[in-house]
Design a protein around this ligand. Sequence first.
Ligand code: ADP
Ligand code: MG
Length: 404
Amino acid sequence: MNIHEYQAKELLAKFGVPVPAGYAALSVEEAVAASKKLPGPLYVVKAQIHAGGRGKGKFKELGPDAKGGVRLARTEEEVRAAAADMLGNTLVTVQTGDAGKQVNRLYVTDGVDIAHEFYLALLVDRVTGRVAFVVSTEGGMDIETVAHDSPEKIHTFDVDPATGFMPHHGRAVANALGLTGDLAKQAQRLAGKVYDTFLGTDAAQIEINPLAVTEASGDSGAKLLVLDAKVGFDSNAAFRHKDLLELRDETEEDPQELEASKYDLAYIKLDGNIGCMVNGAGLAMATMDIIKLNGEFPANFLDVGGGANKEKVTAAFKIILSDPAVKGILVNIFGGTMRCDIIAEGIVAAAKEVNLSVPLVVRLEGTNVDKGKEILANSGLAIVPANDLGDAAKKIVAEVRSAA
Ligand code: ADP
Ligand code: MG
């Protein structure tokens, strides 16, 4: 589960990480009111969507010359104009895909005088199985280019869970950022607090980009401040964090994936035209591969899991069919403890309930397979039976192509 920038910053602030002041806003008036609570003279109005690259993004409705989803404002009028430009419009960034995302929330925050932009992220390193720091002096809006062109500028190290965060980890962060004196101390403290946030929330990822060094002014020296934060949580630990679930913004999620999660179905929408219903993630991957091998593309990944009953199968059919790109469905189920005859009954009942209008190829294998095939054959539905995975893929591709 991902959350918005303003929520991520509120969370980090609770753990003692320094962030600029700011307020979320759902309307132009709220944005203006938010700016009045801030000291000024510089404000930043930021689109809140679950995607990065907002600064360099473009609004579909505003034309190519308009500014992106992160705007500086110096007066009430400028705050008003920025908010009015963004709310309700569609922001397209490198991370949203061509469809973009509608902006329904804004964050109005203190404008900061930036001396330099760093990058700091925490994630779980899958090789070591430990929480890892990823640090670079080259933060800001082009970190992807840095990672690609000069990976030596990105430093990583992980934390042994037996010791937890140690002073030397903080020094490693400060060193990687080339900081000395007071800024090095700030970096050490900040790194520890971000680590606390990561562990305390069972995060999967915390990405701070930029981590800014402010210009020193008057008596106050340079400060390290989190100017942008992206936080995602490990959904397997969600039951331990009921409070964090309230931060979920379902409007940011794919509606079909959201529906699937209610039935405990693992569904991911893809770009092809053959809907897949499979039990087991490995078999689902193999099914997608073999569809591609036969020249078509899967419309989705869908693992109905071990206990595929009628209710789940019906929900799965409905979710697959709600994608208008789907021109045929391939069901590939291995009946283990769940017997093939039970699955066949579920498929028949579900196909009747949803008034299935696209070709359906079914490959069943496993316990009671003959009984299962008999149920499909006697169903009165135009179900195409398949003997094995290769046969099933060939048949659904042929069906889809002849229907086109
Ligand atoms: P995104 O990563 O989605 O483009 P950011 O929040 O990182 O959005 O903002 C993009 C850039 O805008 C930052 O790299 C920084 O230069 C500038 N910026 C963001 N927030 C502030 C702020 N509070 N004060 C001054 N500049 C900011
Ligand atoms: Mg950013």
